[in-house]
Design a protein around this ligand. Structure first.
Ligand code: ZN
Length: 257
């Protein structure tokens, strides 16, 4: 049991123990892609701003800590280029690309298909969750970021701050997105560290926890966190956090105890 779980237990034991407690979906492990779009009206409840860029508050705090740690290691200049993008913004950049392609002679369907290979269709971009961050050191988002000191540092260390490189190299078949070393997704810990240790994308992490049923993360000889798969949202128990798999029609849950 972790300290958090003990504190939670102590808290509920000194009041009336509820039969069912309201457990919030942290949304941290949502899969958002073309097969799992999010609602047009979805807006994260916890949005904040960092250097003029809006993002999820927890992701912002983690980003600041990560940037400080990078600076301590002598690597400066990391910029947050983009994070939260509302549906209508994604719609506008997608439609603009379709328009350009149609002007080159493509039909509407052809243009939409071609556009979707480089720009996520509206609702399919995880930027709408506020949990996805595009980072750079020179304002350019391309694969050469992986070869910079900042890119290498992030690859090695970002999991310690709850981030993963969401579209890794050699995982395009799983994610359906090209290698994007600049696109980080905040999933929190212990999830980011388990994904890093086992070389898993977010899609693969869900299957991995489902197949394992339960995964134990030891913090030392006595303290541990349990990561458990569930096909129903739990309403009781000593729970640290719960995330569903998707925003719409969720059928699976990852619970940490
Ligand atoms: Zn991105």
């Amino acid at each position: 049991m972790t300290l958090c779980a003990m504190m939670f237990f102590a808290l509920v034991s000194c009041t009336d123990i509820p039969q069912e407690v309201q457990i919030t979906d942290t949304q941290l492990l949502w899969i958002v892609n073309k097969n799992n779009p999010i609602d047009e009206n979805f807006k994260p409840s916890s949005l904040t701003e960092h250097q003029g860029v809006k993002l999820h508050t927890e992701a912002r705090d983690a980003f600041i800590k990560m940037k400080e740690a990078m600076q301590t290691d002598g690597i400066g200049g990391l910029r947050l280029q983009s994070a939260y993008r509302p549906y209508h913004y994604q719609r506008a950049i997608f439609d603009q690309r379709v328009k350009e392609l149609k002007q080159k002679g493509l039909t509407n369907d052809e243009a939409a298909y071609k556009a979707s290979q480089s720009i996520q269709r509206p609702g399919s971009s995880e930027h709408q969750t506020g949990l996805a961050l595009d980072v750079s050191i020179n304002g350019v988002l391309n694969q050469s970021f992986a070869d910079t000191d900042a890119g290498k540092w992030i690859d090695e260390n970002c999991h310690n701050f709850g981030f993963v490189i969401r579209y890794p190299e050699f995982k395009t078949e799983v994610t359906q997105i090209i290698y994007e070393p600049w696109h980080l997704r905040y999933v929190g810990n212990p999830h980011a560290s388990i994904m890093k240790e086992n070389n898993l994308t977010l899609e693969e992490y869900w299957s991995f926890i489902k197949e394992s049923g339960m995964y134990i993360v030891w913090h030392d000889d006595k303290e541990y966190t349990l990561v458990v798969y569930a096909n129903e949202k739990p309403t009781t128990g000593e729970i640290i956090s719960v995330s569903s798999n998707t925003q719409k029609n969720a059928t699976e849950y990852i619970v940490t105890h």
